[in-house]
Design a protein around this ligand. Structure first.
Ligand code: UD1
Ligand code: MG
Length: 471
């Protein structure tokens, strides 16, 4: 019978390092009160605290999760008979949500002072009735606060779905639309605050359509809702080797941070500064909790992240890109996930059989990963047209296929980017595969940002990074 092992307590080096991080972050946080709240510094300090808290709690709560039955076996190890804690992303999600909630007063510090003490002058004392009549409260940016609250609602909903899925393995048809429902608060805020539903047409198309902008109207909201279904699920299906769920999410988050920084570093005040600051406030703590998880989930994994982390990470990207008004840029950063999804479609749509697990196959003999396969019985061959399609894919090296002497298909590699990578590159160690896929994600993402800000000028008149503030 498989045994269960519990992760040990923090080592003394870890305790000292985490305490050091915590002390520096608390001191930084306290210092921000001397100025005007300095939200970006506060966000960084809180992200450090979120890292330390997640790191320690993942370790401490491992045995509790095991006892509650949240556990899994690492299929790609020689000794895979023991269980390790599953669903550790739930700890990250909870720490993250609390961090964001604690952070809320910081970006509103100046506004709270203005709304409650007379035009930002803290020496002016106003009596309570005056404040409660709302004479100055109209100065408070309630809409900005609504953005924070809607983001929290959406992220809480998706976390609930993730935990439910880790507990009960919910069926696809029952969970499919839940992320779209979770995105409704974001769409409402987008509609009320921004409402832009038109896209800029490439210059070569403009003469034919006779306009520069194409208004997609309600379709644009449909697209954003669809994206909120796609993003969490796309992270969850690019999974199955130690560390890959977290490392791809960290790369996407870092690239989004880089994109935000481009807007903040412009020499003039940019109209999009506020929305990119908002994005940073949500991405920095996400990076904090994700790095803590990566420490435990990287090869050889001591914990699994669970569907909770995948859904939650995907939804963080949806939140920042919808409320930060750059949902199209996100597409460029999710190219490997989009490829993996499209490539997976024959199995996801059950045109071809889809086994419960499609993760690469671990060869105990070599200690390396190989593409996992779907076996075809002699008397249960794919229909001729599908067999032709499979052979065509194999010809273009997009699949590995094994046939017997009579040309019957014996096995085909499973349709995931991880298996395809192994088809191309040959068997390799699990951590090497994770490093290579993560490097590919970085390069594709950097190219995506380059396309967004530089190559786009070939087909659009201007990049909005070059739009100067009206002031
Ligand atoms: C998705 C994939 C599935 C893949 C699985 C791996 C689709 C449609 N589904 O399913 O093909 O096998 O993720 O996460 O593409 N595990 C490991 N090593 C790891 C990570 C996970 O062995 O590094 C195993 C563990 O037994 C773990 C289990 O996978 O308990 C988690 O699988 P789960 O997240 O429930 O699978 P799905 O998300 O349903
Ligand atoms: Mg999963």
């Amino acid at each position: 019978m498989p045994s269960t092992t519990s992760p040990t307590a923090l080592s003394s080096t870890e305790s000292v390092a985490l305490s050091g991080v915590a002390v520096v972050c608390v001191a930084t946080l306290i210092r921000t009160f001397d100025g005007e709240g300095e939200p970006l510094v506060a966000s960084l300090a809180l992200s450090g605290l979120a890292f330390a808290a997640s790191y320690a709690m993942i370790r401490w709560l491992g045995p509790t999760f095991l006892k509650a039955g949240l556990k899994g076996r690492d299929m790609s190890k020689v000794n895979n008979s023991h269980y390790i804690p599953e669903c550790m992303g739930a700890i990250c999600a909870v720490v993250y949500l609390l961090t964001i909630i604690i952070f809320i007063p910081f970006p509103f510090y100046k506004d709270i002072v203005v709304a409650t003490s007379g035009g930002g002058n803290r020496d002016v004392v106003m009596n309570v009735e005056f404040v409660q009549q709302g004479r100055l409260l109209h100065k408070f940016p309630h809409s900005k606060l609504a953005s924070f609250l809607s983001a929290i609602i959406s992220l809480q909903s998706i976390t609930l779905l993730g935990i439910g899925d880790d507990l009960f393995d919910i069926r696809w048809r029952h969970k499919f639309f839940i992320p779209a429902f979770a995105s409704i608060p974001l769409l409402v805020i987008y509609f009320v605050d921004f409402g832009v539903t038109s896209i800029v047409l490439p210059t070569f198309l403009q003469p034919y359509i006779g306009r520069e902008l194409l208004d997609l109207g309600i379709l644009y909201y449909g697209y954003m809702a669809a994206f909120s279904i796609f993003s969490p699920n796309s992270i969850n299906i690019l999974a199955g080797i130690n560390g890959i769920e977290v490392s791809q999410s960290i790369v996407i988050a870092l690239l989004l941070v880089l994109n935000d920084a481009l807007y903040l570093l412009t020499p003039y005040p940019h109209p999009a500064t506020d929305s990119h600051l908002f994005s940073l406030y949500f991405l920095l703590p996400f990076l904090g909790v994700s790095f803590a998880l990566l420490f435990h989930n990287w090869y050889p994994a001591r914990v699994f992240v669970g569907d909770t982390y995948c859904y939650f990470a995907g939804m963080v990207f949806v939140v920042v890109s919808i409320l930060g008004h750059f949902s199209k840029t996100l597409i460029l950063l999710l190219v490997p996930q989009i490829f993996n999804f499209i490539y997976s479609l024959p199995q996801l749509s059950h045109v071809l059989p889809c086994p419960r697990h499609r993760l690469p196959h671990f060869s105990a003999r070599s200690g390396l990963l190989e593409p996992s396969v779907t076996k075809w019985e002699k008397d249960k061959q794919p229909r001729p047209i599908i067999a032709q399609g499979l052979r065509l894919l194999a010809k273009f090296k997009l699949l590995r296929i094994k046939e017997d002497e009579e040309g019957r298909i014996e096995e085909t590699s499973n349709f995931t980017i991880l298996n395809l990578w192994l088809v191309w590159r040959g068997p390799m160690r699990e951590d090497r595969l994770a490093v290579e896929i993560t490097t590919m994600q970085i390069l594709v993402g950097l190219f995506g940002l380059f396309v967004r800000h530089k190559l786009a000028l070939l087909i659009f008149r201007e990049d909005n990074l070059s739009i100067k503030s009206p002031v």
